[in-house]
Design a protein around this ligand. Sequence first.
Ligand SMILES: O=C(O)c1[nH]c2ccc(F)cc2c1NC(=O)[C@H]1C[C@@H]1c1ccccc1
Length: 232
Amino acid sequence: ILRGSVARPHLKPYMASLQLDGQHVCGGFLIAEQWVLSAAHCTEETDGKLFQVLLGAHSLTEPEPHKRLYQVRAQFPHPGSNIHNNKDDLLLLQLEEKAELNADVRVLPFQREDRDVAADTVCEVAGWGTIDHSGTRPDKLHQVERPVISRDVCNHRTRHDGTITQNMMCTDSRRKDTCKGDSGGPLVCDGVAEGVVTAGSRVCGNYKKPAIYTRIAPYAAWIDGVMASADG
Ligand SMILES: O=C(O)c1[nH]c2ccc(F)cc2c1NC(=O)[C@H]1C[C@@H]1c1ccccc1
C-alpha cells in the first residue's frame, strides 16, 4: 500500500497473508470458515506448491494472540484466468480445516448483486504489499482509502485503453495506491467486499494507471459452486 497508514490492529479480521516458506506473497480474505479468496496470478511462480494462509495477523513476524498459519487442502484458480491478462483473476483456497473464528478472525461478506459501484464511492483496501517506490516491505498491515473511478474513465486510451471489462473495476491511483504484494486483497466499500486486487504486474501510484480489481459479484455462482463441490 503506497501512502496509506498502518491499519488499526485486528480491525480487518478477514485479512489473510498467502505465504510460501514463511514469506508473504499475496493478500487474500476469509469468505467462509474454510475458504479464502485471492488472485489467480499469485500462483504463477509457486511451481505447484500450495500456499500457507496466515489469519488473525497484524504483524507478519511478532507473536499475536489469535495469529495462526493454516495449511491449504486445495487451490482453485478460476478456469478463465491466464498469465496474459487480468481476466478472471481469482483464486479460491480451501483450508485444511475450518478457521477458528474469533475477534481477530472473521468472515467478510462479498457483494452478490451484479451492479457497478458508483464512481467517487470511497472504498478501503489493505495489505502487506510494498509501501514505497524503493519496494520496502512492511511488517504490519497497511490500509488506504481510494475513490472508485468509472469504467469509461479507466478505459480511456491514456489509462487502461479499453482493457477493463464489465467484470473489473478501478480506483484512482494518484499517489495513494495498492502495490505489489497487495494483490488478492479485498476492496471494501461500505463493509462489503466488492473487488479483489488484481495481481498482474502494474506500476503503482501513477494516476495514469488506475488500480484494477476483479469485481466479485459476477463470480458469486462460481464461488458458491466450488465451495459446494469440494467436500464442504
Ligand atoms: O502482488 C502482486 O501483484 C503479485 N503478482 C504476482 C504474480 C506472480 C507472483 F509469483 C507473485 C505475484 C505478486 N506478489 C509478489 O510479487 C510479492 C512477493 C512480493 C511482495 C511484495 C511486497 C511485500 C511482500 C512480498
